[in-house]
Design a protein around this ligand. Structure first.
Ligand code: ANZ
Ligand code: ZN
Length: 841
């Protein structure tokens, strides 16, 4: 055919791969194993371009690994529990399960159209009772190992909807549906003891040398190991108060002391002072997110109690403050406004002294502050015996003296908290416990797993439908047989994604995974996903793996040997201000010209906004399906790989995807010229082309292994141009065959079609990656500069090591040289082999 028709070819080859189970991973294979995994999607409804980019990258690597002799596991599934399904249920009256299943079916069809080399036989959704039943079994194992426990913890409580809200449902301190001011309430909830592994999770980071540094740093900060000092202030009421600080060196800068609203001291004051009680109640308003606590206005209540400074005997006021957290350190702090931003804002508001104790030198000790705290390094000033010391030395000295006074001790504190996994929601894995009045908390016996979610639930009232289900929650106690209640909390969906990669490796019916199969495939060789998962998902998955390792169920501690975080797909935004409200328009709704953009509907201008990540809210999305319809899967895949380095953002452009569509056709035309002249007798070699082929093969392979897909793409462009220019020859046919193989991981449909056209054996998906002759990679041509009296007149391309006499002869034979000498006698010729010839006439 003259044109490559993706509408026919895509479906044809997808059918062939399916029928032949080409991408089924065989764990009994003797080949070396390679597990390539992209973060599995949440079935929100449609595949978006970000998914396509993520999976296109993984797919190129998976296909390349297959071609280089590996047995590849490249699976796909669905992270299917979570709130959007419940929201859909509440808004549209559909069942969360039905909604989720419909979305999965639709998105799976979308992925299939893109021709990804996935082993669909291993597909599962986390909402399959089979999957979450095994998760319940694992949860019970962790419970037996002491890694699961219950404790009281604060939740966001919506007093109008009478329901617990997730952090993301609290917007500016208000319930997302009711608009009511959110309160913090204490509830008994389930926790996973991730803190037991805090040190291991931190130390393990240093073994992950194939992870991006920034992700390791984010995890390190999240785990937050800090070395500090815990010590007691004597109080004016005769009690003492323990505080925790990571900056003991700044102790002379302390101008107040503050405790959390939940601190016993605060509670004691509140018991006798109703203004204090009111203040504490006020602190309970607003959400529980860290960001909210960080940015909320700093508020305090002066208790009237004084704390005596351990070195100066100064009297420091003790406040109750909303920015002090009860569950970090001791729940009390010394406030050093000069060198801590929160303390600065607080002191500024309540007129407390802001003292400088760190400066650039002793002569800098009196410099005033410039509106904010200075948390950086420097020399200690205004601090008696510490003056002139470095921060580090001063820390040591203060710890030594405080320890000497018997008033406190150096202490390591971790920022990492235990992981609260209780969600008061329906659409999640039921936590497999039963509450019995006589026996307390009783695990569901293994034989009764899975605890299946009831289908008949009612979303017409707010709150958790499991809570008000007429029958599901009522069971007999497995221990004593008396009437008892099921736990109605479900697991945080991050639990579901903490072990799915193990289930992909093996799927026995009677256990979560088969340890031998897991040992054969894991750790995942290459994990690819968005940087938005740099902290929680990756930390939780690392924790589960360590916990299972602790239980002897897996023999490794780190699940992902190599991690790659890809950039986002971005697009311009279009907006118009309508009566103070911004209305966004999609790329389909505007006409974009060189000067600006107008709205199709009314021809009036719209403002072109920033280029940002594609998102529904900004409407700057393009639909991958429409692009596949127009240009075919290969052009879309090619675009996703070509324009930007994979770790960078990729700006979507219509011109870009069009260009990719044209390149597909260009390659197709070139493939069509395979063998045209070989019968005609032009069988000669083309050593220059052979060399270019060798370079392209070596380079593209190395680029793909380094995940530098855009570079591999550039090599294919380059080789394509070279082949187009080459005269028919044996070398040229070889080059075309090689191009088909090089393109196969990226443009698999075009490559299969061409492979069969060229008479290739079997499927190109199963063909071997081309080998190259390393000897050809050594450049054996050099460029010689030819000068006349030191001026460059010509260049010669000759074989490396050409003899001086030959170079001289070639140089003198040059027409340009002759013209420049213009008949004058040659007095001297200087030859530097492989470099230059200088003629003095
Ligand atoms: C005095 C000081 C001076 C502090 C200074 C910091 C800078 P990181 O390093 O993040 O672990 N802090 C201690 N317990 C707290 C709590 N329960 N709630 C809120 N803040 C608390 O933070 C440790 C620092 O956070 C501690 O060191 C303490 O303030 C504060 F120039 O003490 B610092
Ligand atoms: Zn009982």
């Amino acid at each position: 055919a003259r044109r490559f028709d993706p509408a026919i070819a895509d479906a044809k080859w997808q059918g062939v791969w399916d029928a032949a189970s080409t991408f089924r991973a065989d764990s009994s294979s003797a080949k070396p194993k390679s597990y390539v995994l992209e973060m599995f999607p949440y079935p929100s409804g449609r595949i978006h371009v970000g998914h396509v980019r993520n999976y296109a990258m993984g797919d190129v690597l998976a296909r390349y690994k297959r071609m280089t002799g590996h047995e590849v596991l490249h699976p796909m599934g669905w992270d299917a529990f979570g709130m959007p399904a419940e929201n859909a249920a509440m808004e549209r009256g559909v069942h969360p399960g039905g909604w989720t299943r419909d979305n999965i079916a639709h998105m799976k069809a979308q992925l299939k159209r893109l021709g990804f080399a996935l082993d669909w036989s291993r597909e599962f959704a986390t909402c399959d009772p089979e999957y979450y039943g095994h998760e319940q079994a694992l949860f019970l194992k962790l419970y037996e190992a002491g890694l699961v426990y219950r404790k009281e913890s604060e939740v966001n409580w919506d007093p109008v909807d009478m329901t617990v809200l997730a952090n993301e449902q609290v917007i500016d301190g208000k319930g997302w549906r009711s608009g009511a001011a959110i309160e913090r309430r204490k509830l008994s909830q389930w926790f996973l003891k991730i803190t037991q592994f805090a040190g291991d999770l931190l130390d393990g980071l240093s073994t992950l040398d194939q992870w991006p540094d920034k992700v390791r740093l984010m995890q390190e900060n999240w785990i937050g190991k800090s070395q500090g000092l815990q010590f007691a202030f004597d109080l004016s009421n005769g009690d003492s108060l323990e505080v925790y600080t990571t900056r003991p060196d700044t102790i002379f800068g302390a101008s107040f002391v503050a405790v959390a609203p939940d601190h016993p001291l605060a509670q004691g004051v509140a018991a006798m002072n109703c203004d204090a009680a009111k203040f504490i109640a006020q602190c309970k308003r607003g959400g529980t997110t860290a960001a909210e606590l960080e940015t909320a206005e700093k508020l305090g209540f002066d208790t009237g109690i004084g704390a005596r400074h351990p070195f100066t005997d100064a009297h420091l006021p003790v406040f109750i403050a909303n920015f002090v957290l009860m569950d970090y350190g001791t729940g009390a702090v010394m406030g050093v406004p000069g060198h801590d931003q929160r303390d600065y804002e607080f002191a500024d508001k309540y007129g407390l002294p802001i003292l400088r104790v760190v400066a650039s030198g002793l002569d800098d000790a009196a410099r005033p502050f410039d509106g904010e705290a200075e948390s950086g390094d420097g020399l200690i000033v205004n601090s008696q015996f510490l003056d002139g010391m470095s921060v580090e030395n001063a820390k040591r000295e203060v710890i030594r003296r405080i320890e000497g006074q018997g008033r406190g001790q150096g202490r390591t504190v971790w920022r990492l908290r235990d992981w609260g996994v209780s969600r008061q929601r329906y659409w999640g894995t039921p936590i497999p416990f039963i509450h019995c009045d006589a026996c307390g908390i009783v695990p569901v016996p293994e034989g009764q797993l899975p605890v299946v979610l009831p289908e008949d639930v009612d979303f017409s009232a707010p709150g958790n439908p499991l809570e008000r289900h007429p029958t599901w929650k009522h069971v007999d106690c497995p221990a004593c047989g008396s009437a008892a209640r099921r736990e109605t909390d479900t697991l945080d969906t991050f639990v579901d994604s903490s072990w799915y990669f193990l289930r992909f490796a093996s799927q026995p019916a009677d256990k979560p995974f088969d340890s031998e199969e897991v040992a054969a495939w894991l750790p995942v060789e290459q994990y690819i996903g968005g940087v938005e998962h740099a902290i929680l998902h990756l930390l939780y998955a690392r924790f589960w793996t360590r916990a299972l390792n602790h239980l002897g169920m897996v023999d490794f501690a780190e699940p992902f040997a190599s991690l790659f975080t890809q950039g986002m797909v971005t697009h311009e935004t279009y907006a118009r201000e309508d009566g103070g409200r911004e209305t966004w328009y999609g790329p389909d709704e505007v006409i974009r010209t060189a000067e600006g953009a107008t709205l199709k509907a009314d021809g009036q201008p719209v403002t072109i906004g920033k280029v940002v990540k594609m998102s529904k809210s900004k409407k700057n999305v393009v639909d991958p399906d429409a692009m596949v319809d127009r240009y075919g899967a290969d052009a879309v895949r090619w675009f996703m790989l070509s324009d930007s380095p994979p770790e960078r953002d990729l700006p979507w452009s219509e011109a870009g995807i069009e260009g990719c569509g044209r390149f597909v056709q260009r390659l197709w035309r070139l493939f069509g010229t395979f063998g045209v002249d070989s019968q005609g007798g032009e069988q000669g070699d083309d050593p220059a082309l052979d060399r270019k082929v060798a370079q392209a093969v070596a380079g593209a392979g190395a680029d793909i292994e380094a995940l530098s897909f855009n570079k591999a793409v550039a090599r294919i462009y380059e080789l394509t141009s070279a082949v187009e220019k080459a005269a028919p020859s044996r070398s040229r046919d070889d080059a075309i065959r090689t191009l088909v193989l090089l393109a196969a991981p990226m443009m698999p449909h075009l490559a299969e079609e061409a492979w069969s056209l060229l008479g290739g054996e079997g499927l190109v998906a199963e063909a071997a990656w081309p080998v190259f002759d390393a000897a050809l990679l050594i450049a054996n041509e050099v460029t010689i500069a030819v000068q006349v009296k030191g001026k460059l007149r010509d260049t010669l391309t000759v074989a490396k090591g050409t003899a001086a006499a030959d170079l001289e002869a070639l140089a003198l034979a040059s027409e340009k040289v002759q013209r420049s000498i213009d008949g004058a006698p040659v007095r001297k010729v200087i030859v530097v082999p492989d470099k230059l010839v200088n003629i003095v006439a």
